[in-house]
Structure formats: structure tokens, C-alpha cells
Design a protein around this ligand. Structure first.
Ligand code: AMP
Length: 497
């Protein structure tokens, strides 16, 4: 948060009231930087990921512009609808969409729609969400009733456009959200076709967590003299998260998870698996073991995904097992722990996962289960995040490689072995032996006296096989070979996730 207020940024009264109801006391850094420029009509390139408050950063200026440009607006911002976005009586008009927000995943689109609903609650503007995986019937009906703001995934939007159900010719605002994921998921062609149908005179905003070459090319095509606003997602999200790693054999991970879940402090937990099948299987096993669990992944019907999320949000399920793509962008408050049941081979996925438990400044705990074969992934993660991950020792399922051959899964009388993981539990600092009391042991093997002391070069020279940080880039994934390799890896995994 910053010390300015939303009013200082130029946000109008009705929006401010809605923000107060959301308990947003101060703008986040991305809001602070983006809102005044967007209100002034500039195009914007935002390097930020979900969790930074970027939705409000683009939604508030759009709502304010659309309301100001609304026919018949006399400056009185009160809404005259029934609270559900439906206007009635003599004020009813058939709105034509003037703002389009495109998001790569259905969950993210729904979440953005939800944000427009809450921020725009005192304004007489309508929005609707267009997404695939469900019948188009209600979406077509909403469109024909008239909407001001469209939030959409590209595939279904293009489909409805080609069927003649949606008019794009009056759009004055365009947002492309999660640009890097959008392109990774193969939406570039659809996105280009949609943009070609929009007026060239418009305000355009592109948000992306990273800036690989294809995203910066797209930015060059669609943005006109943009301001560039960057908040470093890794620093914001990962630094606030208490990160710990358990060395454990693959076959013992489920037992370790059940063991940890006995701690009631793990009250709202997202568990990440690498595959869709793995997510389903683990959810069933946890449910059978007595832990109310839901799962979301790409093989589930949209309605099943939504009801799983709703149950988890309401606390009916304590655990949500998810794959990366399904969970990207999901905003669920109060997640106490993220568990990386399998470590992702792409460090950025780790950052996204871990960010689920430290939304907009809140703190959280991320626990990673690392099999011997996953150690290189751990090294890659530490190199990108530039932070050591604390090793939890003496847990009952510690793998032999981490204990010098001793099998700690065999019952032993000592209670001190039990690794605490709850919020109140003291952080365990592994390998900080008596002679080096203030040092942390890096999970990937190095010794890291201080966070600042962690340079990419130092670790890279330690012989890791993971590609080093590309010169001149922030994260080594944004240019040339490393970016291409990352996208190839994602494409290979796309059918599994
Ligand atoms: P986003 O990055 O847009 O997905 O937002 C992440 C979370 O931060 C959401 O739960 C928002 O409701 C919350 N949020 C956004 N802006 C603020 C703010 N200024 N103060 C507090 N929470 C915020």
C-alpha cells in the first residue's frame, strides 16, 4: 500500500465509496502509478501479476471514463438499477459495449467480472462475462439486453462475434490481462482477430507478469505511446511468504501431507500438483482420509470448477487441489498455506502458486515437497526468486538423501521431530549450526548468509544445470533462448495441465 488516497489519484466519489466498502484504505503501488495516467487517457503497459491489485488499477479508470461518457450523465453518479446490474423503467437503455477486458482463463474472467461488480456498485453501468465451457445461451441473452463492459476469454468471444451476437465497433477501452499466459496458451491468433475488429481510436492497456519477446511485440502493435508501469511481482509476493521445503520421496508425499493437515492451523490450503490426473487422484485420497477437499483442473466442466471453488471459498472444503493453469489468477482470500505437492519445473509457476497465499500484502506460508529428482527445480526457483527456502528437518517422512540414510518415517519416540507448520510455529532454520547461528541453509544446497547476498551468478557458478539468468533481463525468461525454452516446456505440458 502507499500513503496516497484514491481521491488523490482522481478517483471519483461513487467509486471511492465502493472501495471503502471493500476496505481498501490506500492504493497499492500499481494503482498509485497506473490510475492517474489511465484517467488522463494514456495507453499503459503494466508489468504486474495478480495479487498486486492490478484489476482495480484498470477497472477504476474504465468505470470512471464510461460513466463520464455515458449519454445523459449529469454528474450524478447514483445508480438507478435494482442492485443486480439490471436497470428498469424509463431509464432503461440498450447499452453497446464500450470496454473489453480479455483474460486467458475462465476463472480470471469471472474474477474480473466480480471486481467490476463490486467497484461499480454505485454506477449505472452493466457488465457481463463471456467464457467457454458453458452454454452460450445466457451470454447471448445478456448481450442482447445491452452491456457497457465485456469481460471475456478470447475463444468464446470470437465465436460469439462470428455468430453476430456481439458488436465490437464501439469499444473505447481494451485491456489484455495476463498477456504472457494468454500467448502461452495459444490465444495470439484469436486476440489479433478480435483486436482487428475494434476501433483504432481507443485506450489500450496490456498487463503481463513477464515480458517475453512475443508479448513485447504484441505491445508494440497494439499500444500507442504507452506509459510503462512495473511492480516487481516476485519481490511483492514471495518476500512476504514464509517458504519452507520438505525433502521427501515421491511415494511418501501423501503421508506427509496428511500428517501436516492434522495441524488445524492449516485451515485453508491450496495444494498444487503438476497433472490433472494427479490433482483428481489426490483430492479423492484426501477426502477419503477425512480432509474435506475439492479439486480444479482443465478436465473439469466449468460448472464443476465453479462449484468446487465456491465450496472452498465458503470453507466447506479445507483443501483445494489445483493445477497451475486452472489456478492462475484465482483470488481467494485467507489462504493459510500453499503446498507444492510437486515442484514446478518453471520457476515463474512457483511464484504464481506461492502468491496465492500472500494476496495484496497479506502474509502466508508456502510448503514445498521436494523429491530427489526435483532438486534441480528447487535450484531454479531459488535462483529466480533470489531467496533461500528454509529446509524443514526432522519431519517423519524425510527422505534418505536428506538424512544421510536414516529413515525417519520409522516410528521414533521423540516429539521434537514433529515439524511445526502452523502460523504460530517458529520458523525452522536448517543447517544453521551453532557455529553459524544467523545463517540460513539454502534448500538447494548453498549457504546464504543474507538475502541480499544471493546473486544469480554465485549460484549459477555452483554448477546448476538450469539455464542462468539471461544478461540484461530481470528474470532470465523474458528474452531469446530462455523464453523460447520456457514456452516450449509450457506447450509440452499444456495437454497434461
Ligand atoms: P488483483 O491483483 O487485482 O487480483 O488483486 C488482488 C487482491 O488484492 C484482491 O483480493 C483485491 O480485492 C485486493 N486489493 C486490490 N487493491 C487493493 C487495495 N488498494 N487495498 C487492499 N486490497 C486490495
Amino acid at each position: 500500500m502507499t500513503q496516497s488516497s484514491f481521491a488523490d489519484l482522481g478517483v471519483s466519489g461513487p467509486l471511492e465509496r465502493a472501495l471503502r466498502a471493500e476496505n481498501y484504505t490506500h492504493p497499492t503501488p500499481i494503482q498509485d502509478q497506473a490510475i492517474p495516467r489511465l484517467l488522463a487517457g494514456r495507453d499503459l503497459l503494466g508489468i504486474a501479476q495478480t495479487g498486486t491489485g492490478k484489476t482495480a488499477a484498470f477497472a477504476l479508470p474504465i468505470l470512471q471514463h464510461l460513466f463520464a461518457g455515458r449519454p445523459g450523465n449529469n454528474g450524478n453518479a447514483e445508480r438507478n438499477d435494482d442492485g443486480n446490474g439490471k436497470r428498469g423503467g424509463k431509464h432503461r437503455r440498450r447499452a453497446v459495449p464500450r470496454a473489453l477486458i480479455m483474460a486467458p482463463t475462465r476463472e480470471l474472467a469471472l474474477q474480473i467480472g466480480e471486481s467490476f461488480r463490486s467497484y461499480g456498485r454505485h454506477l449505472p453501468l452493466r457488465h457481463t462475462v463471456i467464457l467457454g465451457g458453458v452454454s452460450q445461451h445466457s451470454q447471448v441473452r445478456a448481450l442482447s439486453g445491452g452491456v457497457d463492459i465485456l469481460v471475456a476469454t478470447p475463444g468464446r468471444l470470437l465465436d460469439l462475434k462470428e455468430q453476430g451476437h456481439v458488436r465490437l465497433g464501439q469499444m473505447s477501452h481494451l485491456v489484455l490481462d495476463e498477456g504472457d499466459l494468454m500467448l502461452d496458451m495459444g490465444f495470439l491468433r484469436d486476440v489479433r482477430k478480435i483486436i482487428a475488429a475494434l476501433p483504432t481510436k481507443r485506450q489500450t492497456m496490456l498487463f503481463s507478469a513477464t515480458m517475453p519477446t512475443d508479448v513485447s511485440c504484441l505491445a508494440g502493435e497494439i499500444l500507442s505511446d504507452p506509459v510503462r508501469v512495473e511492480v516487481s511481482p516476485r519481490i511483492i509476493t514471495v518476500e512476504k511468504v514464509d517458504q519452507r521445503v520438505f525433502f521427501v520421496d515421491m511415494g511418501k508425499k501423501r503421508a506427509l501431507l496428511s500428517h501436516l493437515l492434522r495441524d488445524a492451523g492449516m485451515s485453508r490450503v491450496i495444494v498444487f500438483t503438476r497433472t490433472k490426473r494427479g490433482a483428481s487422484r489426490l483430492a479423492i485420497q484426501l477426502e477419503k482420509a477425512g480432509f474435506p477437499t475439492e479439486s480444479i483442473h482443465g478436465d473439469k466442466a466449468q460448472s464443476a470448477r465453479q462449484s468446487a471453488l465456491a465450496r472452498f471459498r465458503k470453507g466447506g472444503a479445507r483443501v483445494l487441489v489445483a493445477t497451475d493453469v486452472a489456478a492462475r489468477g484465482i483470488d481467494i482470500s485467507g489462504v493459510t498455506h500453499v503446498v507444492n505437492y510437486e515442484l514446478p519445473n518453471i520457476p515463474e509457476s512457483y511464484v504464481h502458486r506461492v502468491g496465492r497465499t500472500a494476496r495484496a500484502g497479506a502474509e502466508g506460508i508456502a510448503l514445498s515437497f521436494c523429491d530427489t529428482s526435483e532438486r534441480p527445480f528447487l535450484r531454479g526457483i531459488e535462483r529466480v526468486t533470489k531467496q533461500p527456502i528454509t529446509v524443514v528437518e526432522n519431519h517423519p517422512h524425510q527422505n534418505a538423501a536428506a538424512t544421510g540414510g536414516q529413515d525417519l518415517s520409522q516410528p521414533r519416540p521423540s516429539s521434537t521431530r514433529k515439524a511445526p507448520v502452523g502460523r504460530s510455529a517458529p520458523k525452522r532454520r536448517a543447517a544453521s549450526g551453532p557455529s553459524r547461528p544467523k545463517q540460513r541453509r539454502s534448500a538447494s544446497g548453498g549457504s546464504a548468509p543474507k538475502r541480499q547476498g544471493w546473486s544469480g551468478e554465485r549460484i549459477a557458478s555452483g554448477g546448476t544445470s538450469h539455464g542462468g539468468t539471461a544478461p540484461g533481463t530481470a528474470d532470465g525468461t523474458t528474452r531469446g533462448g530462455a523464453g523460447a525454452r520456457r514456452r516450449r516446456r509450457i506447450r509440452r505440458r499444456a495437454s497434461a495441465v
